[in-house]
Design a protein around this ligand. Structure first.
Ligand code: SF4
Ligand code: SF4
Length: 335
């Protein structure tokens, strides 16, 4: 495994890390096996969140026994001092440790959120206090909106920045890389598989690691994925010419109008499972699994035809997707 310095934190992290979202879907003993295998393969950076149901708990079960081999990063959506202080304590308790390596402000997405977290009663104050007390080692920020991140990462307390970066989500990344270098922030690439829209982990990870990214954090819930990801992180080389050509073909086919499955559009007041509709539509249009996609779509329960066109989901989508129009297109194909 290759390692890079995580900006001014000084931590040496594996170039391929471990995203803690998918382990929510599997049982505790399967999660433990996968995390242990990741450690064996040299992966040392594990990312989770207060909001990922039992992900902190599952990672914590392994963390307690392997504290020296694991760098643990978690995050909280709390914007205020009190809430963030409480969440830090909850994370420590849930994971059964007395120290968290990196604590991030989760999804800081607009100017109002920046003002809230930087206020004297804001989340950053609690993070600084926790750092002084030795409860956390470093402070980071995560988000999807590049301009917002560009602004907040200039705060000297911010040591890492986490944002989506992959072969189909490169917009604005150059400026973030430049800023990260200037202020010596570690760069964590979330959604390396574009929320499931990309399926070739080898090509995606190799592409990401050609850039000034410190660590990419693919989410995993099966052993083979950990092994495949770790194999990419163990070889320091760029994409070959045929690999780059293949990736170019994949990216062209996908286009820009696709759902990253971040779920920020939810909840829909009609109960429409928007990301699942788009997931099944993607299987229909991109992978030719037409019957499979139709069957699952029809089992969803709430049909997109029940959409009231309120537009709330579109206001929340960080990728400005025309969700209402896309739902209609999907319904035509799958309904
Ligand atoms: S526009 Fe339709 S899909 Fe979006 S939140 Fe409103 S009802 Fe739900
Ligand atoms: S529609 Fe937008 S907000 Fe909803 S899951 Fe997809 S990318 Fe995320």
């Amino acid at each position: 495994m290759n390692y890079r310095r995580l900006g001014k934190t000084g931590l040496q992290v594996s170039v391929v890390g471990f995203g803690g979202i998918p382990i929510q879907r599997i049982d505790a003993s399967s999660a433990e096996k996968i995390v242990n295998r990741a450690i064996e393969l040299g992966i040392n950076f594990f990312d989770t969140a207060r909001g990922y149901t039992d992900s902190e708990e599952k990672l914590g079960a392994v963390l307690k026994k392997n504290r020296e081999q694991m760098i643990i990063a978690t995050k909280s959506m709390s914007r205020y001092r009190k809430g963030m202080a409480e969440d830090i304590d909850k994370s420590l308790k849930t994971m059964g440790v007395d120290y968290i390596d990196l604590y991030q402000m989760h999804n800081v997405k607009d100017k109002a959120a920046i003002e809230q977290v930087l206020d004297e009663d804001g989340a950053l104050a609690a993070l600084k206090e926790a750092k002084e007390k030795g409860k956390i080692g470093h402070i980071g920020v995560t988000g999807h909106i590049k301009d917002v991140l560009l602004e907040i990462m200039q705060n000297e307390e911010i040591e890492t920045v986490q944002f989506p970066f992959n072969p189909v989500e490169t917009e604005g990344a150059l400026k973030l890389f430049e800023m990260a270098e200037k202020v010596d922030c570690g760069v964590i690439a979330m959604k390396p598989m574009a929320g499931g829209a990309l399926t070739n982990a080898k090509l995606s990870l190799r592409f990401i690691l050609e850039h000034p990214v410190t660590v990419a954090i693919p989410g995993v819930d099966v052993l083979e994925q950990v092994e495949e990801n770790a194999a990419v992180g163990s070889v320091a080389r760029s994409l070959s010419i045929p690999e780059r050509e293949e990736l170019t073909r994949i990216v062209a086919k996908l286009g820009a109008r696709f759902c990253r499955r971040c779920e920020y559009c939810l909840p829909c007041q009609q109960g429409i499972d928007i990301p699942s509709v788009f997931l099944f539509d993607g299987y229909y249009t991109r992978y030719g699994l037409e019957d499979w996609a139709k069957e699952r779509y029809q089992a969803l329960g709430v049909n997109p035809s029940e959409c009231l066109e309120c537009g709330e989901c579109e206001e929340r989508c960080p990728y400005n997707l025309p969700i209402r129009e896309m739902l209609k297109d999907a319904a035509e194909r799958l309904g």
